[in-house]
Write a protein that binds this ligand. Structure first.
Ligand code: DGL
Length: 260
């Protein structure tokens, strides 16, 4: 059983890659939508939520937990690894692939304030960004738009233009999506930029890494049925729409609201 959690529906973009890679595994996903966004919460508040949700997932028999949230990874993954015995996989800002791909040597990163503040991001910059220029932009308001299902439309386009146009004007040719909500905005980003910037989503690499850790830890059990359960601490509507845009066969009973 693979447990996944995020501050909200963003981690569904990570589940999409995990499910695509391992369709026969069982998944349980928690969206902490009642407490979203995490981006402006303190590290200790995020650790508290991450701990509660991890306990919940482990009680539901999760053998491994994917922290499908850059902000929660930045704030809490060290604590979670110390506190629980199951393996944890986190999100990493995809600076390395962006640096390798960039021809202009200028890369934009869109993430939450919490992610930019974390030592994980700073370490990644030190390791992989010594030869490139990185333009950082906090995506204030974008998580809320995705949570409300507004992945396209004028309001979303205007906010994305405000954040991304200056990066393009400064010469950025690659854009790192440093928040798991943002891949749902990829089509709108392509539209407003006329495909003039390459979008880098770390989720496929995180899914590969999860598969590797599952193999290393012998977690694969032959009894799993490819079942998926989607739980939200808040509203389920956007999650239903996003999940069904990926797997239209997801049934009503595969969704539940739960206080955690
Ligand atoms: N999906 C979360 C992330 O990857 C969003 C954080 C938030 O809730 O602000 O950072």
């Amino acid at each position: 059983m693979i447990g996944i959690f995020d501050s909200g529906v963003g981690g569904i973009s990570v589940w999409k890659e995990l499910y695509g890679l391992m369709p026969n595994q069982d998944f349980i996903y928690v969206a902490d939508s009642a407490n979203c966004p995490y981006g402006r919460k303190s590290a200790s508040e995020i650790i508290e939520r991450a701990k509660k949700i991890s306990e919940f997932l482990i009680n539901k028999n999760a053998d491994i937990i994917v922290v499908a949230c850059n902000t929660a990874t930045a704030a809490a993954i060290k604590y979670l690894r110390m506190h629980f015995s199951v393996p944890f996989v986190g999100m990493e800002p995809a600076i390395k692939p962006a640096a390798l791909k960039s021809k202009s040597g200028i890369v934009g990163v869109l993430a939450t304030a919490g992610t930019f503040k974390g030592s994980l991001y700073l370490d990644t910059l030190t390791k992989f960004a010594s030869n490139i220029k990185v333009i950082e932009q906090t995506g204030d308001g974008l998580v809320e738009l995705v949570e409300n299902g507004k992945i396209s439309g004028e309001e979303t386009e205007l906010l994305l233009q405000k954040y991304i146009n200056p990066m393009i004007d400064a010469g950025a040719d690659n854009l790192v999506l440093g928040c798991t909500h943002y891949p749902f905005l990829a089509e709108t980003i392509k539209k407003i930029t006329n495909n003039s910037i390459t979008i880098i989503n770390p989720a496929p690499a995180v899914a590969m890494q999860t598969k590797k850790i599952i193999a290393e830890n012998n977690i694969n059990n032959s009894n799993n049925s490819g079942a998926n359960m989607f739980i939200s601490t808040g509203n389920l509507e956007t999650m239903k729409t996003l999940v069904r845009s990926i797997n239209p066969n997801t049934r009503e009973q595969d969704f539940a609201t739960q206080k955690i």
